[in-house]
Design a protein around this ligand. Structure first.
Ligand code: PLP
Length: 369
């Protein structure tokens, strides 16, 4: 992500950036936690430490998820762990499966490791079952990478039936399920669906992060999995950076220990829910041609435009009207995705969302005519 220049950005409505806004950060509370942890545990967090992460935070997470501490590794963000996992589980030429569309950085990372990235189309309730079953008759994937809760980039949540099916297929065909759920706690409506990791299979690894519920700049993400996988990852971590960022992990632990995470998540839901409501009604009013699934949480809506709209032209025209869009093709592993728009609503005010979608609607109408 490019450094954001606020001067250049002024007046532009940016739908290309899926990051928390500054008002999402509990800065004062974090200052307090930093001071407290440096006073109390300075000699620990300022020192090298075992690579699996700050022990009290690992214990806190183990308790939260009902696993042993040896099954938890905390690292510098979950993307770093995904990189370690890719090194551990794949060799050049291997097949890995992703939802289509999926998180663009994950696709890039798998490709960089030499993997052949194959997409399984995504339906409004998760991956297309028959397509996955057909693929598994032909391919022997190392893993299926899934973002089952409020997916990046579509906002879609995978149903319980499909989560159960995935576990069954992973056991039968012997591949790993990488469940990446950084948005899971940001549910604005509806009923929670069980994490795949809790469905009783040793083939599931659960990744998550404090980036979306606290701060991405702190770089604290984690994985839960069988002990042998966690210790293999810890070895890669140790050979990469010796010790993760202990000061950040200490601050995050202090924040959690004080019981502040839950109330912060509730505050964030109050911030983001109305933004999603505004985006949903603006799409209905100004872009009725677009097809999208209404998310129940997270940061994104993914919209498909009619095929007659040339999205590169739309992007260029939108930029002239000071609306920035990301390139939909980056989210697709093996077909163009040029009709796809990822619309993050988290960092935009309601009036900007309204105005941005209204400008896009006018351009689309002009392009269709
Ligand atoms: C699905 C998904 N996984 C992982 C990440 C990276 O998270 P972290 O900041 O913990 O590295 C993101 C960030 O946008 C994401 O959307």
């Amino acid at each position: 992500m490019a450094y954001i220049n606020p001067e250049k950005e002024r007046g532009t409505i940016n739908f290309a950036r899926g990051v928390p806004p500054p008002e999402a950060f509990p800065t004062q509370q974090l200052q307090e936690c930093a001071r407290a942890v440096l006073e109390r545990e300075g000699s620990v967090v300022l020192q090298y430490h075992p690579a699996a992460g700050f022990v009290p935070l690992r214990e806190w997470l183990a308790d939260r998820y009902g696993v042993a501490m040896e099954c938890v590794l905390v690292s510098n963000g979950s993307l770093q762990i995904l990189d370690f996992l890719t090194r551990l589980l794949t060799s050049p030429g291997d097949v890995v499966l992703v939802e289509k569309p999926s998180y663009d950085r994950a696709i890039t990372l798998f490709r960089r490791a030499g993997a052949r990235v194959v997409g399984v189309p995504l339906k409004p309730d998760g991956f297309e079952r028959q397509a996955l079953e057909r693929l598994l008759e032909e391919e022997k994937p190392d893993f299926f990478y899934t973002i089952p809760d409020f997916q990046n980039p579509t906002g879609i949540t995978t149903s319980l039936a499909k989560r159960e099916k995935l576990v069954e297929l992973a056991e039968r065909h012997d591949f790993w399920v990488l469940e990446d759920s950084p948005y899971r706690d940001l549910r604005y409506w509806g009923e929670e669906v069980s994490v795949i990791f809790s469905l009783g299979s040793e083939k599931v690894l659960h990744l998550s992060s404090f980036s979306k519920v606290l701060s991405p700049g702190m770089r604290v993400g984690y994985i839960l999995g069988p002990e042998h996988v966690v210790s293999a990852l810890a070895k890669i971590a140790e050979d990469t950076y010796i010790t993760p960022n202990m000061v950040s992990q200490g601050v995050v632990y202090e924040y959690c220990r004080r019981g502040w995470l839950g109330p912060n998540i509730e505050r964030l839901k109050g911030l983001y829910r109305p933004r999603l409501e505004t985006l949903a009604s603006a799409l209905q009013a100004y872009l009725p041609q677009a097809q999208w699934t209404r998310p129940e949480g997270g940061f994104f809506v993914g919209a498909y435009l009619p095929s007659e709209v040339d999205v590169s032209l739309l992007k260029a025209k939108a930029q002239e009207e000071r609306v920035t869009l990301s390139d939909g093709r980056g989210f697709f592993p093996d077909e163009d995705g040029s009709a796809f728009l990822r619309l993050p609503f988290c960092a935009l005010s309601a009036p900007n969302i309204q105005e941005g979608i209204s400008r896009l609607g006018s351009i689309v109408n002009m392009l269709i005519r």
